[in-house]
Design a protein around this ligand. Structure first.
Ligand code: SF4
Length: 263
C-alpha cells in the first residue's frame, strides 16, 4: 500500500465547532510514495489528534448488556443510532432476554421497530439471532469472534462492535464511515471491509482498535461527511492526502459541521 501525502506539522483541535488550522494543499503529483514507517507514524498521529478532538468518543447505541448491543447493532443498519435508541427501550422492555425475543410474534416486533426501516427483514434477523443464541449458546451472546460470526446475519463488523464494547475485546469496526475515512486518509487502498480491517489492524496497536473505530466514526459523522467533508475545519487536514475533497475555506467548512445530536 503506497500513499502520497505531505508531512506537515499537525495541530490538535479540541473544539468540535471551530478550527484555526492553516489551509494545506495536497502533496504534489510525482512526489515519492510514502514509506511504510512514514505511514505508520502518520496513522498514529492521526489517531492521537482524533483522540484529542473527540475525547468522549464512544459507541452511540444505548445498551446494558451484550444481548442488547447485538440486537441494537443489527437494527442500526441503514439508520441512525439515535433512531435505534428510540425503539430499543420498548423492545428490550418487552423482550428482556433472547428467549423472549426468540418466542416473539414477528408482527409485534415489527410494530416496535418499524421506524428503523427495513423492519420486516430486521425483525426476521433479530428473531433468528435470538433463536440461534438459545439453541446453540445457552441464551447468551458468545464472546469470541469465531462464534459470533456463526450467528445468522452477523458479520465481522457487528461482531467487532459487540466484542469491543460489550466484552472489552479489541476490535476494529469497519462501517461505512471507517471505510470512507480509511480511503481518504490513505490508511487503506482496499474496498473490502475485511481487508480494510486487516490494514488498520497492522497500523495500530491492539489496545487502540476499539477507540480508533469510535474516533473514525465520530469524525465521519461530524466532519468528514460522505458528500462534503469539512476539510477547512478538519484537525487532521495536514496529514490527509484527500484534503480538498470538501470546502477548504474555514467559514464555508464550519457550516458543514454536525453535532452529536444531528450526526
Ligand atoms: S475532512 Fe477533509 S481533510 Fe479531514 S479527513 Fe476528511 S477529507 Fe481529509
Amino acid at each position: 500500500m503506497t500513499t502520497r501525502t505531505r508531512t506537515a506539522t499537525p495541530t490538535s483541535d479540541r473544539s468540535e465547532t471551530t478550527s484555526t488550522r492553516p489551509r494545506r494543499s495536497r502533496r504534489a503529483p510525482g512526489s515519492k510514495p510514502e514509506s511504510r514507517l512514514a505511514l505508520v507514524r502518520r496513522a498514529r498521529r492521526i489517531n492521537r489528534i482524533l483522540a484529542e478532538t473527540y475525547p468522549d468518543a464512544h459507541c452511540e447505541l444505548d445498551f446494558e448488556n451484550p444481548y442488547q448491543l447485538l440486537i441494537a447493532t443489527i437494527l442500526s443498519a441503514q439508520t441512525t443510532d439515535k433512531r435505534v435508541n428510540m425503539v430499543t427501550p420498548r423492545l428490550f422492555g418487552t423482550y428482556p432476554e433472547p428467549a423472549d425475543l426468540a418466542a416473539a410474534d414477528p408482527s409485534d416486533v415489527e410494530s416496535i421497530i418499524a421506524s428503523t426501516g427495513f423492519f420486516r427483514a430486521k425483525t426476521k434477523a433479530i428473531i433468528g439471532v435470538a433463536k440461534a443464541l438459545c439453541e446453540r449458546f445457552d441464551g447468551k451472546v458468545p464472546n469470541r469472534m469465531e462464534d459470533l460470526v456463526t450467528l445468522p446475519g452477523v458479520g465481522r463488523k457487528t461482531a467487532n462492535v459487540v466484542l469491543g464494547n460489550a466484552f472489552d475485546t479489541p476490535g476494529i469496526t469497519v462501517d461505512t464511515h471507517v471505510q470512507r475515512l480509511s480511503r481518504r486518509l490513505g490508511l487503506s487502498t482496499n474496498t473490502d471491509p475485511d481487508k480494510i480491517e486487516a490494514d488498520l489492524a497492522a497500523l495500530f496497536p491492539k489496545s487502540e482498535w476499539t477507540m480508533l473505530s469510535h474516533r473514525l466514526i465520530w469524525h465521519g459523522r461530524r466532519r468528514c461527511h460522505a458528500r462534503k467533508p469539512a476539510c477547512g475545519v478538519c484537525p487532521v487536514a495536514a496529514l490527509c492526502p484527500s484534503y480538498g475533497e470538501g470546502p477548504t475555506d474555514p467559514a464555508v467548512a464550519s457550516k458543514l459541521l454536525r453535532s452529536a445530536s444531528t450526526a
